[in-house]
Design a protein around this ligand. Structure first.
Ligand SMILES: [Zn+2]
Length: 164
């Protein structure tokens, strides 16, 4: 499937409304990656979760389209990690309220995650990080099941899932 077609299929299911999202990445093999000014870090093989919000024009669909694109000027920490990993899953919820930091703090406390880079994605807030490593051996379906259940328990917001 070419990239343009992937864009259309997946963002077609995401509304133009504003909201918060979590990107699920799979890193096939461990490697060092430079994350902008934060520096170089070694990332282990496995799953990673990135929490963001899309409150600008075009809402969630526009933001997800940007994350799907591989070539672009790097602006956020996640842009440095993105080309190295496979984007496998997107979770999102519509709404103006900033769920982003509530989700990040919930993921920070979650038993299945750890924080590989302090301050990742959290330059404009007081969260430890908006980026987490899932440190259990797990399938994408199991991760989805656990994450949806956990976020519901934490925030009581209906969350949509898109598998890529
Ligand atoms: Zn935050």
């Amino acid at each position: 499937m070419n990239k343009r077609r992937m864009d259309i299929i997946h963002t077609g299911k995401i509304s133009d409304n504003k909201g918060a999202y979590i990107l699920g990445f799979r890193l096939a093999k461990g490697e060092p990656i430079r994350i902008g000014k934060l520096g170089n870090f070694h990332f282990k093989e496995g799953f990673y979760l990135y929490v963001g919000s899309a409150l600008g024009p075009g809402g969630l669909a526009a933001r997800v389209r940007r994350h799907l694109r591989m070539t672009k000027p790097f602006r956020w920490h996640i842009d440095y990690f993105r080309p190295k990993a496979q984007l496998t899953t997107i979770w999102f919820a519509e709404g103006m309220k900033r769920f982003e930091c509530a989700w990040a703090s919930a993921l920070d406390r979650w038993a299945f995650t750890s924080c590989p880079v302090k301050g990742f994605g959290a330059s404009d807030c007081s969260c430890t990080s908006h980026f987490f490593y899932v440190h259990v051996a797990i399938t994408p379906a199991e991760l989805n099941h656990l994450l949806i259940g956990y976020l519901w328990a934490c925030s009581h917001i209906p969350i949509n899932t898109i598998f890529i």
